[in-house]
Design a protein around this ligand. Structure first.
Ligand SMILES: *Cc1c(COP(=O)(O)O)cnc(C)c1O
Length: 406
């Protein structure tokens, strides 16, 4: 605990914690929030932004706001995210739909654009359920075959595994940048290269890396990516996802949900569909403005303190958990599932213990909020902007006590 206090005192991001809405109301006090990788905490600035939206752009400007700002919002915000978090130039990112729907749209677009004879979708067994389910659906719909990479539950698909399965029959490869269970960071540069060498394209799911692990989409010539905004980006429950489509693919790819907002001239309301150029062609219906505005606050905060600084603290936080687990401070018999090498470890740490479920239930009852992941994982999400070392140390000490009680 002493060490945790020292780390907090020396933390250049410590001041950020006061920018969040306090997680307490009356007797309901959250003592440690370790789920910022599932639902990020709201910033006070977002509360104010929502009030301003209701009173101003919505309440007063009313429908004029569509012309004044909202029509462009999915793309303006996308460009900001691209600049601050994705290592991507403007004009390749937009916010829309949920991750699931965007995965479907981009996967279908990639499958439909694949040359004749390429009819195999590659996906890994440790990918997030929605990614696997969407891949199954697209494969069934388009008569493609699924090729499964058996990834290590304590890791992720490797470049070697990808190299073994991609060939002239591959239509698209769908992988996660950071594994939602283990936190392993996939080797995005090498895997992207391997997929390109086989003449195929890769769709990266960035849900667990965006806002916490630096990403270089343009430099690595990534083809397609999606990610969500309610985890480390603190956009709020149901905040829309984002899609990245590399410039070189935009004219070539057609997404399947063609709606009026993706039309080249939506307000002509003409008889036939004509896809808009650029990222507008990847949206379908009216953008979810109310759910989108809050994302800007965290992007601004990340821009102010820099993603490199956030990553530095993230590594310190996860290393703190690893060190505590190694020295038995997280409890007898508690096992580290996440990678030991901080260079390939994302923003969360998964610990395993046979009694994880009971421990997790008791922690929630006490206002200590981690995640439980089947079969026996306690997942500690350590959002660097809102998490203190003392908070983490306290949670670990309670885990140790609860594990040792039985
Ligand atoms: C959280 C998460 C999703 C969520 O998809 P939604 O459509 O937003 O529910 C998808 N993929 C990964 C890897 C995730 O971590």
């Amino acid at each position: 605990m002493q060490r945790a206090h020292e780390l907090d005192a020396a933390d250049p991001l410590a001041e950020c914690r006061d920018l969040f809405v306090p997680a307490r109301s009356g007797t309901d006090v959250v003592k440690a929030y370790l789920d910022g990788n599932s639902l990020g905490r709201p910033l006070k600035a977002t509360r104010q932004r929502l009030i301003d939206l209701v009173d101003g752009a919505w309440g007063t400007r009313l429908i004029r706001s569509w012309d004044e700002q909202w029509m462009e919002l999915p793309f303006a915000l996308g460009d900001e995210l691209a600049r601050v978090c994705l290592g991507a130039a403007a004009g390749q990112t937009c916010f829309a739909d949920s991750t699931t729907v965007l995965l479907y749209k981009l996967l279908r677009a990639a499958v439909d654009a694949a040359p004749w004879g390429r009819s195999r979708i590659v996906v890994d067994t440790q990918n997030f359920p929605t990614d696997r389910y969407v891949a199954e659906a697209v494969a069934a719909e388009r008569g493609h075959e699924l090729v499964w990479i058996e990834a290590d539950p304590a890791g992720a698909a490797t470049a070697e595994q990808v190299a073994e399965v991609v060939d002239e029959r591959t239509s698209v490869v769908l992988l996660s940048h950071v594994a939602y269970k283990s936190a392993q960071i996939a080797d995005l540069p090498r895997i992207t290269e391997v997929v390109h060498a086989a003449g195929s394209v890769v769709l990266w799911d960035l849900c667990h890396s965006v806002g916490v692990v630096p990403i270089e989409l343009d430099r690595n010539q990534v083809d397609l990516a999606v990610g969500c905004s309610y985890k480390y980006l603190n956009g709020g429950p149901g905040a829309p996802a984002f899609a990245y489509v590399a410039q070189r693919h935009q004219g070539r790819l057609r997404q399947p949900i063609q709606g009026w907002m993706g039309h080249a001239r939506p307000f002509e309301m003409g008889p036939g569909f004509e896809a808009s150029q650029g990222m507008r062609g990847f949206i379908s219906g009216t953008p979810p403005v109310l759910a989108m505005v809050g994302i800007a606050d965290t992007i601004e905060l990340i821009d102010r303190f820099s993603l490199a600084e956030i990553r530095r603290k993230s590594v310190e936080l996860t290393s703190f958990v690893v060190a505590a687990t190694d020295s038995g401070l997280s409890g007898e018999g508690v096992r580290l599932v996440s990678p030991r090498d901080p260079g390939v470890r994302g923003g969360h740490v998964t610990l395993a213990h046979p009694r994880s479920r009971q421990v997790y239930t008791q922690l929630w009852a006490e206002g200590i909020i981690p995640d439980f992941r089947e079969p026996d994982g306690i997942r500690l999400g350590l959002a660097p902007l809102s998490t203190s070392f003392v908070e983490v140390a306290y949670a670990l000490s309670r885990i140790a006590e609860l594990v040792d009680q039985h």
